[in-house]
Design a binder for this molecule. Sequence first.
Ligand code: PLP
Length: 281
Amino acid sequence: MSVVHLNGEYLPADEARISVNDRGFLFGDGVYEVTPAYHGRIFRWGQHLARMRKGLKTVGIDFDAASLEGVNRELLARNGLETVPVACVYVQVTRGIAPRTHAFPDPPVPPSVYGFAKRFDRPAREVWERGFRAITVPDQRWALAEVKAIALLPNCLAQQAAVEAGVRDAIFVRDGIALEGSHNNLFAVFGGVVTTAPLTNYILHGVTRDLMIGLAGEMGLPVEERAIPLRELYRADEVFFTGTTTEVRPAVEVDGRTIGEGKVGAVARGLYDAFLAVTGS
Ligand code: PLP
């Protein structure tokens, strides 16, 4: 039985209870973060913390997220995850418990904090080397996609569409532009140029995306942050996704069209190897 964190307490998952009046439950009114730990070392916490602080500020939840570093450590320790190659810690903060009405509780109520940790099993290398397939879906999300909001219904619908299509990933397309995946950022390679959507309000500002841009730079690969029209994406030499629970995942087919030569490309492979090296996992 996994041990979870709920409002300052650590307890078995099946003993954790929240109120039906929690605004996370009623409205999806909260933000979350997923942070990886490699052999027990929390990776890039500063960036995850900064994103959570920004999201909390944007939605007006008054909570000091710095305290969550201790929660992350404790969840890893209490679940015996300090020695596994990869674990992920999920933490969400909602606006708290109050009778249902849209406007914020006045006076404010204490935010609710919930967290859990679990082991992450990456695909076997031979499976990764075969590459994966993706589809595109219309982006029906709100215009604050840079906030890591717990309200993820459009992302769930997108990923379900991928499952029903028998593929691994779904790419959000808005006004003909391929933006990001349902739970990961999107990269394409055009003539050796590593290309990804710019940091706007229409994508999540991924910590792994940022890491990839840095690693590509170190490998001497040119990087361009610009809008990628879907019709151009189909003609990319390579397409791949990045994210905390995606790591680097190459797509060799999008919407039934073969990408490049239909094989995992050298850039995705090089970045994946660099990612494994830098995370020591
Ligand atoms: N884009 C979306 C919509 C996501 O949900 C995520 C991660 O959950 C990402 C991108 C990747 O972000 P990160 O690399 O920080 O995990």
